[in-house]
Design a protein. Sequence first.
Length: 372
Amino acid sequence: MSKLIHRCTILTTAALALAGGPQLSGADQATAARLKKRNEAYREQLEQYFRKLLVTDYPQRAAQAWRRSYASPEAFLRSVAPNRARYRKMFSPPALYPTGPVERARSDLVPEAEWIRVPLGPLTAEALLAVPKNAKGPAPLVIAQHGIGSTPERVFGVGDEPNLYHDYGHALLEAGFAVLAPFNLAGVQPRNRIERLARLGDTTLPGIELVRLQALLDVVLADPRIDRERVGMWGISLGGMATMFWMPLEPRIGCGVVSAWFNHRRNKMVIPDERYSCFLETKEEHAFFRGWLTEFTDSDAVSLICPRPLLIQTGKKDRIAWWPQVVEEFRAAREHYVRLGLGDRIQMDLHEGGHEVRLETGVAFLRKWLKP
């Protein structure tokens, strides 16, 4: 019995050591090392299993999941409807409805803009809204979505250090666009924490933020100063994620610009590589969504935006991706448009910069598709 107790003590202490507990000494170190090696071997088995499932086997699985028809844009939209339904389920947007009057207040940091707040029960949808002065008739609207370390004010140049946003909010105003800059939760750790709670509640933070955006659009598109038929979206970094995530689920957004986000999604999420940052190697657990790589790598997600116009902006010096892989993924995304005879509706701005927006190409693209 004493030998059994001693053996169990060794195993228990070894397990604690694996978890960062008390250190072993003497002969028991060999046992702990053996158990650690076994555990590491199992972890490696699991990682290789998921690499094969999510990356290697993805093309074959996606080929079974998608039944696209390129006979016409209408036929195409009907053919991807089942995928769109599964995509929506991935985010599980909650049912949130306005529960009070809209609140408006001038912004103290962006004088040209006002804060709009829509109460949604225990939550609030908030955004900056700026409308161009002396507009001749209703102005087209661009949703300008900030990234993970930013706020709506940065869209208008406030606190943009280093200069990555290039004050694209004011550039859009000068070009005759109204700008809606929604406020989303900022910071890696805050998003990690709330995403854990969201998963427990069978929803996601992007799903919640989509519903908040839709509530804001309901208000803003009823404004006579805004042209409700001409709506675009331009997001950078996590705002680019929002653009990619929300356009498939919000048909009122007629065209989009994605800056510093579009990627070779399977590699970006799963395969560590010194040429780019892999999400698997970071602490950004908020960026992992159940079912994402079953059938919705970036080129396939774009087919849920098609045939609406889309511009991808990618900097060769941006460490979020290795740009040749992004080009490869873009070509796969463009194929959906080409097969519909609409190749001019999707473009890529592959530039020499880094993690930033590009004013010239972004504004020009939105002018082309949103301005009369």
